[in-house]
Design a protein around this ligand. Structure first.
Ligand SMILES: Nc1ncnc2c1ncn2[C@@H]1O[C@H](COP(=O)(O)OP(=O)(O)O)[C@@H](O)[C@H]1O
Ligand SMILES: [Mg+2]
Length: 389
């Protein structure tokens, strides 16, 4: 089955589309990457997302405009992927949508809202669409995240020791496969969220992120600021736990800066980069991680990658590309896998990953132009993900 996965993370920098041929083969799920592309949001949609995200207040009219604008942007990207990557032929689109709110109270997820009306995608491609994958896990008592845990677990199963997958998006999340324990997945804290917020603030919007980590590279870590930032109780909480930009946003950083003698801008950026490295490393150490497979936009920041390596001596770091999953496309491919599991009647999350009471079938399905025909339910879930060519 050819599946197109669509993803935009908390950084809302671009919509990633990735196509793959997926086949169940006994215990294995075979994944052949077909190609991927990245499409920036139209300026007006991106602007509306930026002015609507917490801590902003909004109106239902804006929510409607966002649901439509994001849905149309995803639809354009899906149509492009169908044309440019798949020569016009695919079976299914899976859309993550754009997270606008991940509602966490006392460590429990009460709701999660991904916008991007799937009707636009179905209309633009003629294909059935699986969307809203997180809500069902939340309804089953889970965090609704990190949903890449299923794909990560199937992928890491072939590796020795205690491997972990780390994604460095706006938020950093890990999936850990420690021997003798159930697979575990959680958000470690911010990856780029605070760093991007600081860059955008200090450059008055001229830069979106610290390209190549150049500014952090010439800055010096402020021990006082790092101490204040590390004092957040989120880092001490046990998994399962998830977070988002509802917590790690510019006012959060400004409160921390108010508590210390204000460092120079490059020092702030160096400190925030170190914060990500320290919190990722603490999380990995707590679970005995012996090797790390890394993906996400943060892998393009060599200063961040170096700091993570420094904080985890003896733990080899490599990009997911080394296992056959391009680090830019890994999350979009992971969502393609989730939609594939859904239409085969297989759960896309598991209790030790999200904290849900049970492994639920995820998502909502929007029919394409033809009547909806689902494959025969699979007899059993796969235990291994094999990347093929
Ligand atoms: N060349 C680069 N140098 C430094 N950081 C980068 C670079 N490219 C991307 N990033 C970081 O990665 C982020 C986007 O990563 P991504 O995985 O798309 O996150 P998300 O899933 O939250 O959208 C950017 O906001 C930026 O912080
Ligand atoms: Mg992104």
């Amino acid at each position: 089955m050819r599946v197109i996965g669509l993803m935009s993370g908390t950084s809302f920098d671009a919509i990633e589309a990735a196509a793959a041929d997926l086949t169940l083969d006994g215990d294995s799920l075979l994944l052949r990457p077909v190609g991927h592309l990245s499409a920036p949001y139209p300026d007006d949609v991106r602007g509306l997302i930026a002015t609507t995200l917490p801590p902003a207040v909004t109106t239902t009219q804006s929510v409607c405009a966002l649901d439509t604008g994001i849905g149309q942007a995803f639809a354009d990207t899906a149509a492009r992927a169908l044309r440019e990557l798949c020569e016009g032929t695919a079976d299914l689109v899976v859309s993550h949508g754009q997270t606008m709110h991940h509602w966490v109270e006392d460590g429990r997820v009460r709701g999660t809202l991904q916008l991007g009306q799937p009707a636009w995608i179905a209309e633009a491609t003629g294909l059935p669409v699986v969307s809203d994958l997180r809500s069902r896990d939340v309804a089953a008592g889970g965090q609704g995240a990190p949903l890449v845990a299923m794909t990560d677990t199937l992928l890491l199963s072939a590796l020795p020791g205690n491997p972990a997958a780390l994604n460095l998006g706006g938020i950093a999340n890990v999936t850990v496969l420690a021997s003798g324990a159930e697979p575990l997945a959680f958000d470690t804290g911010p990856a780029n969220a605070l760093l991007d917020a600081a860059v955008q603030h200090f450059t008055r919007g001229a830069a979106a992120y610290d390209e190549g980590g150049r500014r952090a590279a010439v800055g010096r870590v402020s021990p006082e600021l790092l101490r204040v930032l590390l004092d957040d109780p989120y880092y001490r909480r046990d998994a399962p736990k998830t977070t988002g930009k509802e917590r790690f946003h510019l006012p959060y950083l400004q409160r921390a800066l108010d508590a210390v003698p204000v460092p120079a801008t490059d020092d702030v950026l160096a400190t925030l980069t170190r914060l990500t490295a320290v919190t990722v490393a603490d999380a990995c150490r707590a679970h005995g991680v012996t090797q790390l497979v890394v993906s996400g936009g943060g892998t393009r920041n060599p200063v961040l990658m170096r700091m993570i390596a420094e904080e985890l001596p003896g733990v080899p770091l490599r990009l997911s590309d080394a296992l056959g999953l391009p680090s830019d496309a890994k999350e979009a491919l992971a969502f393609a896998v989730l939609g594939f599991l859904t239409v085969h009647g297989l759960p896309g999350a598991f209790p030790s990953g999200t904290g849900a009471r049970r492994a639920a079938l995820l998502g909502s399905i929007t029919p394409g132009v033809s009547p909806l025909r689902l494959p025969e339910p699979a007899a059993r879930p796969p235990r291994l993900l094999r990347i093929t060519r």
